[in-house]
Ligand binder design. Sequence first.
Ligand code: 13P
Length: 249
Amino acid sequence: MPRKYVAGNWKMNLLKEEAEQLVRTLSENYTANPDVECIVCPPFPWLTQTKALLGETGIQLGAQNCAATEKGAFTGEVSAQMLASAGVRYVILGHSERRALFGEQGAVLLEKTKRVLEAGLTPIFCIGETLEERNAGKLEQVISHQLQEVLGHLSLPEVLNIVLAYEPVWAIGTGVTASPEQAEEVHTFIHGWLTKTFGSEASNVSILYGGSVTAENASGLFARNHIDGGLIGGASLKPADFLKIVNAW
Ligand code: 13P
């Protein structure tokens, strides 16, 4: 069975004290549930303070990006090894904002994924189509291409250490969520791609949904086949909403 996850992607939001306040409120109100891994992904400068504040709550720490190279003269970059030594367990890769705004595509995402796996961390690898691609009937083509250009170059044991996130670009930050039916359809396609490419063991790879998930719509999405949790943007900045989503099963 795939593990269940709810991960909060704070994106480029919150100053130091605001980040501290959010983590304090989460930590005070969170009850650990062995069935659901709860993750917060703050901006880089707040990783170590977040780690310290999370303490023994069981909430895990994720980062939003990392370098494609291991170390050295790469001014401004942050390596997967550095993240690991800061207590990070998960790294979001392939987010549509990094694809669209920073030109990150297959080759660089493959390198980043390898660095994250080498550092003993879990990539949360994001895929998803634009509205134009969906309307042009290219949904499955786009999804299989994004999977193939990264996962297609990895082994089954590596793939079993990855968490996938389906985030339709048209649903991110727009308030327009994919319906549970639309999400299930794509998750089922991704699940089929995994088992066709890697065999039945790949059924254990978790596939999260992301895109305007709220405290209100989460349980309808999580009730669907092959939807193993959520990657949450806006609602992860509101602790009460985020915790409702964590408890939405
Ligand atoms: P929203 O939940 O704000 O739509 O963002 C989704 C997302 O991009 C999470 O990575």
